[in-house]
Design a protein around this ligand. Structure first.
Ligand code: FES
Length: 153
């Protein structure tokens, strides 16, 4: 648990920094997730009940207990995006990445998920990659976005 200890020490075992601690650990995992044993270790080290830590993880949607790709792509499926063509966007992504929602590409670069509205309805159809939002998507702009992430890798 050396990695976990280092992060806990960096934040001086401060309970109020739990979210930052979890975010940093999720990044350190290399698979964009929080292994269960790490969560248990953190809960013990901060003297917090496990269900409190899991409660925080569930409340903030950016945490996962399952391994994910480096980049999480969320396709908004709520009303405005739906009527603006989110279905087509999802199909394009499935084809481009050769995965279905809930799956991760073999190279570990992308995980595809469906999501509810994240407030970008004025630029529907929209997707989120990590914390970045892309809207007014067309097949070409979507392909360009994916390409830029592949080139960055
Ligand atoms: S409906 Fe898609 S971002 Fe709001």
């Amino acid at each position: 648990m050396e990695k976990v200890d280092e992060v806990l020490e960096k934040f001086r075992y401060a309970k109020e920094d739990l979210i930052q601690i979890l975010l940093e650990l999720q990044m350190l995992s290399g698979k964009n997730y929080l292994p269960q044993e790490w969560v248990e270790y953190v809960a013990k080290a901060l003297d917090m009940p496990m269900n409190k830590v899991y409660g925080v993880m569930t409340f903030y949607g950016m945490f996962s207990t399952k391994p994910r790709g480096k980049n999480l792509i969320e396709v908004c499926k709520s009303g405005p995006c739906h009527v603006s063509g989110s279905q087509g966007i999802e199909l394009m992504l499935e084809k481009e990445l050769a995965i279905k929602p809930g799956e991760t590409t073999d190279d570990g670069l992308f995980t595809l998920e469906r999501s509810n509205c994240f407030g970008a309805c004025d630029i529907a159809p929209a997707i989120k990659i990590g914390e970045k939002v892309y809207g007014n998507l067309t097949p070409d702009s979507l392909r360009a976005v994916i390409k830029s992430y592949r080139e960055e890798a």
